[in-house]
Design a protein around this ligand. Sequence first.
Ligand code: SF4
Ligand code: SF4
Length: 159
Amino acid sequence: MALWDRVWQTGKSMVVGHAITMREMLHKPVTVRYPEEKPPFERGSRSVPVLKVNEESGRLNCVSCGLCERACPPSCIEITQAMDEKGRKKPWPETFQLDLSHCMVCNLCVEACPFDALEMADVVELGSYQVQDLILQKGQLAEIWKTSRALRVAGGERL
Ligand code: SF4
Ligand code: SF4
């Protein structure tokens, strides 16, 4: 390429680049100043699976059938069934643990549950610098579900 062509191309790309920069400076930003500003949780997005609570009984819907545990590809759910003193199974989990550090938010556990006991939450601020904080027990999962539900109600969503 001749010297004059190179000078012309360089000058042209500088003018075009600055014009694009100036145009974008006049637009409203598409980003927000998180965490001071929080964007709305878009419908169709999903966070992590949490345990639903029956509002009448106050108990979990979970009957400890173990289907979600078997459906989870990275094995991040661990359940132990409650037993009575005679060793008979009770229809609720003694423990229900979810390891968020392995969860890939695939929704397969929710789809596998025949008792409407799991739901993907709308709560995203669950991060921690300590990996052990990401191992959640049934009480914590139920609390996140309640927070998620309250956010939906506050957002005007019909439940
Ligand atoms: S969303 Fe997927 S990875 Fe996470 S617990 Fe459910 S099945 Fe497992
Ligand atoms: S599939 Fe549903 S009812 Fe069965 S253990 Fe999992 S959450 Fe509980």
